[in-house]
Design a protein around this ligand. Sequence first.
Ligand SMILES: Cc1cc2nc3c(=O)[nH]c(=O)nc-3n(C[C@H](O)[C@H](O)[C@H](O)COP(=O)(O)O)c2cc1C
Length: 216
Amino acid sequence: MHVLIINASPRVKQYSNTDKILGAFTKGLSEEGATFSQYELSDRRSWDEIRNAYYENDNILIAMPLFVECVPGILMEFLETLKSKNDGTKVSFILQGGFYEASQLRCGETYLEMLAKNLGLEYAGTLVKGGNFGIRLAEGEARDKQVEPFKEMGVEFAREGSFFSPKCKAFAGPELFPLPVRIMVGMAFKFAMPSYFTKASKAFGAKKPLNYRPYK
Ligand SMILES: Cc1cc2nc3c(=O)[nH]c(=O)nc-3n(C[C@H](O)[C@H](O)[C@H](O)COP(=O)(O)O)c2cc1C
């Protein structure tokens, strides 16, 4: 089995969580004897090459982060340059996000299923997983530990050829946190997180406060 993998994050490879996830996932693929080639949409100079690969391959996996409850704009832009195939090509997706609850990724999942149809591709499922904010910030073993579970999904995908198995479905984790946890998280975001976000934004070089409203 050969898989064409497209990382649809707008972040460059070095900083992309999707790339680290794919690192673990492809280890699992390789363990099962599958081969792959990987491209990044963030490298616009390679779009012609990616388009050619899209037409030449019959097993495509597009991996992406959830950005503002939606699929990344850079993916939409790329898709607009493609023609539909209608030749039995399979497409699968990895849709990953920062927040834990799988429920917020479901709208994107539904969209991706429709997208496959619109492109004349055979839909082979979406692997949904939240809780990935911290991958890029971790290093070494701590990072490996975070992405390790995706290796097992690579093994599963190589064996099944899709993300429809019960193992892949269960991988999504909690659909919604229980009510007490949601209340606690809500309180944390209201009272504790603003000062954390302010510190983090300063560390990233922000010079204005986060509630700065220049046009108000
Ligand atoms: C502009 C922006 C919007 C985001 N919106 C969401 C969101 O709606 N839901 C979510 O769970 N995570 C959201 N995230 C977090 C990313 O999905 C998460 O960090 C992901 O692992 C990033 O992958 P990447 O580094 O490959 O782009 C957002 C991140 C950014 C930068």
